[in-house]
Design a protein around this ligand. Sequence first.
Ligand SMILES: Nc1ncnc2c1ncn2[C@@H]1O[C@H](COP(=O)(O)OP(=O)(O)OP(=O)(O)O)[C@@H](O)[C@H]1O
Ligand SMILES: [Mg+2]
Length: 325
Amino acid sequence: MPVIQVEHLVKRFGPITAVNDISFDVEEGSIFGFLGPNGAGKTTTISILCTLLSPTSGRAVVNGYDCRLEPQKVRKSIGIVFQDTTLDKDLTAYENLAFHAYIYGVKKSEVRRRAEDALSFVGLTDRKDDLVKRFSGGMKRRLEVARGLMHQPKVLFLDEPTLGLDPQSRSNLWEAIIELPEKHGMTVFMTTHYMEEAEVCGRLAIIDHGKIIARGSPEEMKGIIGGDVVYIKTRNNLKAKEEIKEALGMTAEEKDGELFLTVENAEASIPPLIRAIAETALSVRIERPTLNDVFLKLTGKEIRREEAGGADTIREEIRAWRRKH
Ligand SMILES: Nc1ncnc2c1ncn2[C@@H]1O[C@H](COP(=O)(O)OP(=O)(O)OP(=O)(O)O)[C@@H](O)[C@H]1O
Ligand SMILES: [Mg+2]
């Protein structure tokens, strides 16, 4: 049973169609990633699912409740971690969690245990009595995830949860996020434009200009590329080519003194390949297609190039300007 159902969703802002007739389902207990470049429509979609925006047309159902008709019920059943922090900076970490629990009507006797569990889950136990205004960006984001767990929502929505964090904070937060389905029985819906993060999601939708251009598991998507490329360095390319031809019925090609061939599935092809060229091979290397290759193939552009023009670059430019003035 899908926990999120989206049917022909459209959102227009005046002349701009931010979300252009998208449909998808999210299965319970999965991590679903919404991948796309800047301006693709990710935040708009997630905002509709969280009932912060209403759709122009189409339907979104979360936990069995229609986002347009039953927004209160949707809100009670979800947790939200968005980019703009809504933590109270003058409260401690623990107080922020307790306050949230109070708003959601969590039983008093439950609050302490849940807060302690949530803080330990995100690795903030030893900072629980510190004021949030003394927290780093990464700690705040982790505290928001902890807060999102306090009312035990069925679905947690995260909009670019690791954007702007340093690599260490990113990986700490990631470790917590990927454990949510198993440890807390939650479904996670998250947006990202980081390929590495999208790789970890069980299912993905790639969105560009408000349209979903591909859906499936990361592996299925990479199937669009048509296979893995195996590169082989050998003592004798001619001999190796013959051996490969004989064993696999495939013709290896040569580039920069190396042999290479595209195989459907490297795991299955490597053992017979190695057996065939055991004497002649010096080294074997596999290059798997990335989600960036998929995006490139589908749209003709790289997702990363747009990322490079994003917040980090702008921040760097502002810093440079400040140094000058
Ligand atoms: N409130 C708004 N009013 C007008 N246009 C909007 C509004 N919100 C979003 N848009 C436009 O809708 C499009 C999609 O924006 P959205 O914020 O959903 O993209 P995104 O995929 O989240 O991008 P990013 O990676 O930069 O966060 C953009 O063209 C944006 O300018
Ligand atoms: Mg966004």
